[in-house]
Design a protein around this ligand. Structure first.
Ligand code: SAM
Length: 208
């Protein structure tokens, strides 16, 4: 499944910004507000996609370090290119890697962002990814997740059908399963918000 996901997102990298702009831009803005990012932090984004949020993180953190990871090489390369183009002197870098096995030191980040990745993982991989977030976060650090909201019956019905057609692109909604893991992994929710952009529901959660 991970290989298929990587192939699908590699192929979609040139056009993915349209989907990000139409359906996820408001959720990205909400995630930034909720996470209380400050300049000078060590910030990690896991699953940058085509880099729209990553670019904003780099802009907000000119004297800090901003690292991006994506399973898709094309997505990671695009995120890096766009950030370098707009902020050539920033200490930012994107790598091709899995959110389930972060090539990063323990307790090294103040903030983690991960938007719309957990849906693409099966249950063991989802647990591994959240454990990795816990491992690389500094004590007192926060992770902000954007999940596909489950608060619209019509959307849920349509989305269930969509996931059957291309599961490597549209993974099943996973809000309940993610919430259940927080206690076990040692996270608590410090802020949350729901919103919709062009009918697409997002659930934005900050945990520490
Ligand atoms: C739906 S897109 C979301 C992109 C971006 N976060 C956004 O909000 O627009 C999902 C992204 O997750 C990446 N992805 C999927 N599985 C991953 C994994 N195990 N580790 C890292 N990235 C992964 C995909 O390559 C893709 O870029």
């Amino acid at each position: 499944m991970a290989r298929k996901t990587q192939q699908v997102y590699d192929a979609l990298a040139p056009v993915y910004p349209v989907s990000s702009y139409l359906f996820h831009a408001d959720a990205h803005r909400a995630a930034l507000r909720q996470s209380e990012v400050r300049d000078g932090m060590n910030i990690l984004e896991v699953a940058t996609g085509s880099g729209e949020l990553f670019r904003k993180l780099v802009e907000l953190n000119p004297t800090g370090r901003t690292v991006g990871i994506d399973l898709s090489h094309q997505m990671a390369a695009r995120s890096q290119r766009m950030a370098r183009k707009h902020f050539p002197t920033s200490a930012s870098a994107c790598y091709t890697a899995s959110g389930c096995r972060l090539p990063l030191a323990d307790h090294s980040f103040d903030r983690i962002f991960s938007c719309l990745m957990l849906e693409l993982l099966d249950a063991p991989a989802r647990r591994l990814a959240l454990m990795e977030f816990r491992r690389v976060l500094r004590p007192g650090g926060r992770a902000t997740l954007v999940l596909i909201g489950e608060d619209s019956r019509v959307f849920n019905w349509l989305f269930r059908r969509a996931t059957r057609t291309i599961p490597a692109f549209w993974g099943p909604q996973t809000e309940g399963a993610v919430l259940q893991l927080f206690d076990e992994i040692g996270f608590r929710i410090v802020a949350s918000q729901r919103l919709r952009q062009n009918g697409y529901p997002s659930f934005i959660l900050t945990i520490e």
